[in-house]
Ligand binder design. Structure first.
Ligand code: RB5
Length: 141
């Protein structure tokens, strides 16, 4: 799967871990930045990742900031983006099964690297259930 991955300075360290995991799992992770610890504005990276997903250049996106909150707010301003902020495996699974989330948001200052890796593994391997859930997400836009 082609996965666009972005962070701000608050998510940079976890982004490196997530990109390594994607490689280990056989996915094609594209790092859209940021690339160093200088302070940056997270909406710019949310826009880059969401643009990749909505244009079809990426199948899914992952966004990481300090809390994951700003990234999820910015991502969900985009049409056809369903971004889910997850801090444990249950919501990661449900965001795929019930909400067909196409962007995963994680907070580096909230979620440790081990849990974050489990969230990513679960999120990428869980299919959308469709059915009544499709009817509901079609009401979003
Ligand atoms: C940056 O300090 C921080 O505000 C950002 O990473 C994120 O947590 C915003 O929601």
């Amino acid at each position: 799967m082609k996965i666009a991955v972005g962070s701000d300075h608050g998510g940079l360290a976890l982004k490196t871990i997530v990109l390594a995991l994607l490689q280990e799992l056989g996915h094609d992770g594209e790092d859209v930045g940021c690339f160093d610890t200088d302070s940056v504005d997270y909406p710019q990276f949310a826009d880059l990742v969401c643009g990749k997903v909505t244009s079809g250049q990426a199948d899914k996106g992952i966004l990481i900031c300090g809390t994951g909150i700003g990234m999820s707010m910015a991502a969900n301003r985009h049409d056809n983006i369903r971004a889910a902020l997850c801090s444990e495996q249950y919501t990661a699974r449900m965001s795929r099964e019930h909400n067909d989330a196409n962007v995963l948001c994680i907070g580096e200052r909230v979620t440790g690297p081990g849990i974050a890796e489990e969230i990513v593994r679960t999120w990428l391997s869980t299919p959308f259930n469709g059915g009544r859930h499709l009817r509901r997400i079609e009401l979003f836009n």
